[in-house]
Design a protein around this ligand. Structure first.
Ligand SMILES: Nc1ncnc2c1ncn2[C@@H]1O[C@H](COP(=O)(O)OP(=O)(O)OP(=O)(O)O)[C@@H](O)[C@H]1O
Ligand SMILES: [Mg+2]
Length: 347
């Protein structure tokens, strides 16, 4: 539904060039909720602004719903009209809502319909139906200043839906909201995704957002996509930073000559017998440092962090045994490189 190939963006100001996007290939399938996460400055907002052509890409292509938007940009009045039409099929939700304070809630939702040239009657019918959809039917005549943050974002979402978009882009839509309101807005996006078959691309700082609503995710760093895939693909990728963040287990090695291993199992598989078998077969003492079972992207996942005596070289055979049992095994490297993920609580 959304495909970018070799998408690059270089900002130039006062003789300085900043590469915000450096060859991004992204593929968002129809009907999925896709999360993009990354540290501040990674290029997330640039990506979203280039996808809806608010920002002109320096190189590469953007295709939305089969239409190459980059080919339409800057190609005369007819292509310009097509581009405007294509863009009206892309809804955009912002962190700070961007509502007009002098207009009522209903008039804010009607704004894109005015631009599209709908009649007054049609505008009002549509706006009221959308406000009903986002649970704000009774606020049509209120002004933005009379609403809570969560309600303002609902208005923002209703407005984004006015042009019957197939795609909704959201840049940090929940970052200005408290955790409870965040949950309700995410639930709304999930419901709209299901009910309307809307494809949602959302940008976020928060791993929890990805965890609760996304089918797929990408991690950005330095203007590039460094990891991407469906949540289950990511969880099955050894060493995936996103997988570790989506599903963390705690526990530190108790000494230098120890090997720490994360054992991941999906669904029903049980690790308990495997661990005791391992212990008996190789006559080693195994400590469990941490364990958790959780639902990530609708999948039930279990993970256990265990510690084996001896260094990695001493444990090649037992680790091989675990792999043979069909379990996913990640050896936890204590000299791990600098993470590309935002730190907890970072803004
Ligand atoms: N209009 C602009 N002119 C010049 N440089 C820009 C512009 N917009 C963004 N940049 C630079 O491009 C890089 C990527 O910025 P971008 O806003 O895409 O990051 P981000 O991942 O959205 O960050 P945040 O999480 O803080 O919102 C940064 O180095 C930023 O300073
Ligand atoms: Mg940003």
């Amino acid at each position: 539904m959304i495909t970018t190939t070799g998408l690059s963006k270089v900002y130039r100001s006062r003789g300085r060039a900043v590469t915000a996007l450096d060859g991004v290939d992204l593929h968002v399938r129809e009907g999925e909720v896709y999360g993009v996460i990354g540290q501040s400055g990674a290029g997330k907002s640039s990506l979203i602004r280039c996808i809806n052509l608010l920002e002109r890409p320096t190189a590469g292509t953007v295709t939305v719903d089969g239409q190459d938007l980059t080919a339409l940009a800057g190609r005369g009045p007819r292509a310009g009209r097509e581009l405007r039409q294509a863009r009206s099929r892309i809804g955009m939700v912002f962190q700070h809502f961007n509502l007009l304070s002098t207009r009522t809630v209903q008039d804010n939702v009607e704004l894109p319909l005015e631009i599209l040239g709908s009649s007054g009657k049609e505008r009002s019918r549509k706006a009221l139906a959308l406000l009903d959809l986002v649970g704000l039917a009774d606020k049509a005549k209120s002004y933005p200043a009379q609403l809570s943050g969560g309600q303002k974002q609902r208005v923002g979402i209703a407005r984004a839906l006015a042009g019957d978009p197939k795609v909704l882009l959201s840049d940090e839509a929940t970052s200005a909201l408290d955790p409870e309101t965040t949950r309700s807005i995410l639930q709304l996006l999930r419901d709209l995704n299901r009910q309307l078959g809307l494809t949602v691309l959302l940008i976020t700082h928060e791993m929890d957002v990805v965890k609760s609503v996304c089918d797929s995710a990408a991690l950005m760093a330095g203007g590039r996509v460094v990891e991407s895939g469906t949540v289950s693909e990511l969880l099955a990728t050894p060493g995936s930073e996103l997988a570790a963040a989506l599903f963390p287990v705690g526990g530190e090695a108790t000494g230098d000559d120890r090997t720490v291993v994360d054992v991941t199992f999906h669904g029903e598989a049980a690790t308990q017998p495997v661990v005791s078998q391992l212990s008996r077969t190789y006559n080693i003492d195994i400590s469990i440092l941490g364990a958790a079972i959780d639902t990530v992207g609708g999948l039930q996942i279990g993970r256990m962090r265990i510690e084996l005596p001896g260094r990695y070289e001493d444990n090649v055979v037992p680790i091989g045994f675990l792999r043979e049992q069909g379990l996913q095994i990640d050896v936890v490297d204590r000299a791990a490189p600098q993470p590309a993920l935002p730190k907890e609580g970072a803004k």
